[in-house]
Design a protein around this ligand. Structure first.
Ligand SMILES: O=C(O)CCC(=O)C(=O)O
Length: 217
């Protein structure tokens, strides 16, 4: 999906954005993982991914043709990272029962060759049909697979599948762009009669907070 020059450009820009000398980086996985977020606000190169003509039909197939973007972010898995904790994505992760259709779908755009050694994503095939999500600290499963795929590929999956980044036992950071989308729940007639205030509340006008500022509680 991505050419060598696009991969280099994304990788360089993401590593620049990841620099946070003021300590405000969003770290995870024992401080060896870093999310770089709000990427649609960080250059047209990122905007281009959101409606990539080769990806849109797959998202439409999984989520319906009125699906919406949730986040465009990036996950950097540094050397020394352990296996991450298994999870399902967002709201789906906190629901029990088997969803009758995908509610959310995730796409990882590989900016490195993914391998079992460098933090390639792990998945438990068929786990979108499990009645429960993983326990919070669960980081292994007997049926797990570790993704092996060349850089430039896109890994697309139902967000209810148990997944997590793998351990990085190499000396180079493993980087992926993550375009995460959801099913829309608003009926067209509800959108059509919404007042400006309701449209704002529904999120049509929503603007993310500036980068890496704590969310107001
Ligand atoms: O970076 C990865 O390999 C996994 C990302 C992930 O777990 C997620 O986006 O929910």
């Amino acid at each position: 999906m991505l050419s060598e020059s696009e991969i280099d450009a994304y990788r360089t820009r993401l590593l620049e954005l990841a620099e946070r000398e003021d300590g405000s980086a969003r770290m995870h996985t024992d401080d060896h993982g870093q999310l770089v977020r709000w990427l649609v606000n960080k250059g047209e190169m990122f905007e281009r991914l959101v409606a990539h003509p080769k990806m849109v039909p797959f998202f439409e197939y999984l989520l319906g043709d009125d699906y919406t973007l949730s986040t465009l972010t990036s996950n950097i898995i540094s050397p020394g990272a352990p296996d991450g904790a298994y999870h399902r994505d967002h709201a789906v992760g906190r629901m029990s029962g088997v969803m009758p259709f995908p509610m959310v779908a995730n796409s990882l755009w590989l900016l490195e060759d993914f391998s079992p050694e460098n933090g390639g994503t792990r998945l438990v095939p068929g786990s979108h049909r499990f009645s429960e999500g993983p326990q919070p600290e669960c980081s292994s499963h007997p049926d797990e697979i570790r993704i092996e795929a060349p850089k430039g590929s896109v890994l697309l999956f139902n967000g209810a599948v148990w997944h997590s980044a793998g351990a990085n036992r190499t000396d180079r950071a493993r980087i992926a762009l993550i375009c995460f989308c959801c099913r829309s729940f608003l009926k067209p007639e509800v959108v059509a009669r919404a007042t400006p205030e309701m449209r704002r509340i529904f999120g049509f006008d929503s603007q993310p907070l500036p980068p890496d500022k704590p969310t107001k509680v």
